[in-house]
Design a protein around this ligand. Structure first.
Ligand SMILES: Cc1cc2nc3c(=O)[nH]c(=O)nc-3n(C[C@H](O)[C@H](O)[C@H](O)COP(=O)(O)OP(=O)(O)OC[C@H]3O[C@@H](n4cnc5c(N)ncnc54)[C@H](O)[C@@H]3O)c2cc1C
Length: 459
């Protein structure tokens, strides 16, 4: 995996490692967009807060985002209205519109130079005009300034698009560098487990009154059972120069669609998605390069990168109390590839919960909600994949010792890892943990590397 254009153009100063024992009012686990924003608001609310980060600030998925700040989240409003009713769709829309406005406010108040720009966001399709019109109607019913249009700036034929006015984009790392400013952040400090108010890291311990899991995918399986309630999807991005600029931001509702936005004279072309651990032949960079060649001939590829995100079964992120059994633990996860606005929603909501302030979105995002009907098909699929992964992992452990790769089991729950040839990594199809070719941990929920001896070159 390469460095994103964000990482290539920002150098966030390093922070020290946590050694020994520390006591604090609030501890945030994870220094991605969600964790840093949460610490930022808590500190402004007068709380004593520290952030524990396994790697570097923004070194997880946030450095590899495409950084559109939108309330346009794919074909979501028709689904929300169908599954939960109009009132919940209105709340979802408002939460995300508030988030865009809050970014703008922080940028202006702190004079942050991060290319923040208001632009329209378009949801398009090359096949389904009816669905686009339905989504335009649903988004408008949810209170968004959205409308169907036949006009797009795309270099290929579409069935039209839903235009969401007054959305935004920015440079996420320049923004984070500014707001991380004076926060107390410990880098290269991985949390191994949390027991009650005690956080055990690979270097020391923290005792905290309240604990926020902003580690992207939560690693404490019980209580909460988040491993049972979401899976992870990978997506890929190419940065292209020498292309005809495109006005606005674009996202496709088609299964193999593309995401497009400009950053200066650079086009960010995203797509090639697949479930983590289940890369198909025509996905990832292979798919994107084919599309780039087709629609932007003569382009120059200057960077490529990838990331993954958590997909909750019912289509609504989990933000709030981790579990009724741990009222002092909080969770921010399930951002379904829209974690710029959702991190802001999460940061405001969790700050309000901790400070005892009423928040209008508490119920909508509550992790304690139960919408079995809305999430049932995804739940069944996930359970099937997890059982299959666990059985293959067990088979590997007991019978496949002489295979080309030893042992190939995830350190999270023991599912069989799958080789991702495009990214040279071992990926878990069950919950999305990833390891490099030598078994070193890349992505959670696993917290430990795996012993992994490769006997032959795999591709
Ligand atoms: C290709 C792609 C494009 C995207 N584009 C957009 C977009 O345009 N707009 C949008 O809104 N969203 C987008 N997203 C989604 C968005 O990027 C993510 O939802 C968001 O960055 C997640 O932020 P986070 O803080 O939750 O996670 P992360 O950024 O991953 O932060 C979590 C942090 O926790 C740390 N951590 C993990 N485990 C531990 C541990 N045990 N101890 C200590 N620290 C730990 C990690 O190192 C990491 O730094 C995109 C996603 C993908 C895949």
């Amino acid at each position: 995996m390469g460095d994103s254009i964000w990482s290539q153009t920002t150098e966030i100063p390093p922070r020290r490692v946590l050694e020994g024992e520390v006591e604090t009012e609030v501890a945030v686990i994870g220094a991605g967009m969600a964790g840093i924003l949460t610490a930022y608001f808590l500190e402004r609310a007068g709380r004593q807060v520290i952030v524990l980060e396994a790697g570097r600030i923004a070194g997880g998925q946030t450095k590899n985002t495409t950084a559109k700040i939108t309330s346009q989240h794919g074909r979501i409003y028709s689904k929300l209205i169908k599954d939960f009713g109009r009132q919940k769709a209105v709340l979802y829309a408002r939460a995300n519109e508030d988030a865009i406005a809050e970014y703008e406010k922080i940028v202006k108040e702190n004079n942050i130079s991060c290319h923040f720009e208001r632009l329209p966001a378009y949801l398009y399709s090359t096949t389904d005009k009816k669905a686009l019109k339905e989504e335009a109607k649903a988004a408008a019913l949810a209170g968004i300034h959205a409308y169907f249009t036949e006009e797009t700036a795309l270099p290929f034929k579409t069935q039209g698009a839903v235009c969401f006015e007054h959305q935004a984009q920015f440079h996420p790392l320049e923004f984070m560098q500014a707001i991380a400013g004076d926060l107390t952040i410990y880098e290269h400090t991985r949390v191994l487990r949390v027991k009650g108010h005690t956080i055990v890291t690979d270097r020391g311990r923290v005792r905290a009154g309240q604990i926020i899991f902003a580690a992207h995918y939560p690693f404490a399986d019980i209580p909460g059972f988040y491993f049972f309630r979401q899976h992870q999807m990978r997506s890929y991005v190419l940065a292209l120069r020498k292309v005809q600029p495109i006005q606005g931001m674009y996202y496709s509702m088609d299964q193999t669609g593309l995401s497009l936005r400009m950053e200066g004279d650079i086009l960010l072309l995203g797509g090639g998605s697949h479930r983590t651990g289940k890369a198909e032949p025509d996905t990832g960079y292979i798919f994107l390069r084919r599309m780039a060649q087709k629609y932007f001939p003569g382009h120059q590829e200057i960077a490529c990168w990838s990331a993954q995100d958590c997909m909750p079964h019912d289509g609504i992120p989990f933000i709030g109390n981790y579990s009724l059994l741990r009222p002092y633990w909080y969770i921010e996860t399930g951002f379904q590839k829209w974690g710029m606005t959702t991190s802001m929603v999460a940061a405001r909501l969790v700050t309000d919960l901790i400070c005892g302030v009423k928040n209008p979105y508490e119920k909508l995002f509550s992790p304690q909600r139960l919408h079995i009907k809305a999430g049932f098909p995804a739940l069944i699929e996930d359970v099937g994949i997890s059982i299959s992964g666990l059985l293959k992992g067990l088979f590997n452990r007991f019978f496949a010792r002489s295979g080309p790769v030893l042992p190939g089991r995830c350190s999270h729950m023991g599912c069989k890892l799958e080789w991702n040839g495009q990214e040279q990594s071992w990926d878990c199809p069950c919950h999305g943990s990833r390891f490099d070719a030598e078994g070193k941990l890349i992505d959670n929920p696993a917290v430990q590397s795996v012993p992994c001896k490769i006997k032959e070159h795999l591709n």
